[in-house]
Design a protein. Structure first.
Length: 341
């Protein structure tokens, strides 16, 4: 009989602690073993119980959740889900070592929130907590602008999909690409409102321009378009070149935006003028679409198990034969550039 996933709930609000504890305990396979109201109480209970997963509020008295992560994870590398209403806090927490985040609910959304949190607890229980230093992620220097022929960029498209662990993995790939790189489209599973903040964050660290995708955006060298939360991103082409559509729709492969939707459109429109990359994430979204890209002649890359936070999406893609080259995260920028030469 499978053991329950043992969860420690950390939040300074007694009402929210009670909500999380009661809700998670009603989900089969999950057991809240204790709760804490601040970081110091949390550390004591982590030492005592050694939970499988932690849910963590960011705004807490005495010590905030982000600083707490920096202190606790090197000693106790426990998968942590940050519960926050602020995108900035979410991304800082991921940078500090959290494996996942979830947006705090409005009162009318609590049932849906608990259901989604339960799914994330299961994902987190299988996640690899890695504290990779910034230096180790900078091992690939940005390529010279001269490495891409002038006529190559406009005819090529790069599509990248990711989920759990992807916010940091994507940044590692994208910030190591030069400004002259062909246009890039990205699906990262993320709520509405968070995708714009994430695109803005990428824009600050990348050589390329990055922004949230808007319906009708044209693809051009040096531009990264991040799919908007709750909108499917699809590639299209006309006499002027590549452009995207961004439309609301039902979930595909469990998600909106969906990596499969994006990859399938790239397969049909760009064919062998595309590069597809699938990064860390739980589930199978993107595997079928990447296989279609490969069948149409695209060059396909999958992140390897050792550098994934969750080796789910890349594993399924690899197992179905969609991945032409599997590689560590740090090697992916060079693989992309070598293919463009």
């Amino acid at each position: 009989m499978a053991k329950n996933i043992r969860v420690l709930v950390v939040d300074d609000s007694v009402i929210f602690r009670t909500l999380l504890t009661k809700g998670l305990n009603e989900i089969s396979g999950i057991e809240v073993i204790d709760a804490a109201s601040d970081a110091f109480e949390a550390k004591e209970k982590i030492m005592r119980h050694k939970p499988d997963v932690i849910t963590l509020d960011v705004e807490m008295p005495k010590l905030n959740g982000i600083d707490f992560l920096g202190q606790i994870l090197p000693e106790y590398p426990i998968p942590t889900i940050v519960v926050t209403s602020t995108p900035t806090n979410a991304f800082e927490a991921i940078s500090a070592g959290a494996v996942e985040f979830i947006k705090k609910p409005r009162s009318s959304e609590t049932d849906m929130f608990i259901k989604e949190l339960g799914k994330k607890v299961v994902i987190a229980s299988n996640a690899r907590v890695r504290r990779i230093s910034a230096a180790s992620l900078k091992t690939v220097a940005p390529m010279s602008l001269a490495t891409i022929a002038s006529g190559t960029s406009a005819n090529k498209i790069i599509a990248i999909g990711a989920s759990t662990g992807g916010t940091e993995a994507l940044a590692t790939v994208l910030e190591n690409l030069p400004k002259s790189t062909p246009g890039i489209i990205v699906v990262q599973h993320m709520p509405a409102g968070f995708t714009k903040m994430y695109a803005d964050r990428l824009n600050r660290v990348c050589n390329m321009e990055a922004r949230e995708a808007v319906d009708g955006d044209r693809i051009r060298p040096g531009l990264i378009l991040v799919a908007a939360g709750e909108f499917h991103l699809r590639l299209n082409k006309d006499t002027r070149g590549f452009y995207i559509t961004s439309k609301r729709g039902d979930k595909v492969s469990g998600h909106c935006p969906s990596v499969d939707v994006m990859f399938n459109s790239v397969a049909q429109v760009a064919k062998n003028n595309a590069i597809g990359v699938i990064l860390t994430g739980m589930g199978a979204d993107g595997a079928k679409g990447l296989l279609e890209m490969k069948k149409m002649g695209a060059y396909t890359i999958g992140q390897d198990k050792e550098t994934c936070v969750v080796y789910g999406m890349p594993m399924v893609a690899f197992n179905v034969g969609a991945v032409k080259k599997q590689a560590p995260l740090q090697a992916i920028p060079k693989l992309i550039m070598d293919e463009l030469k």
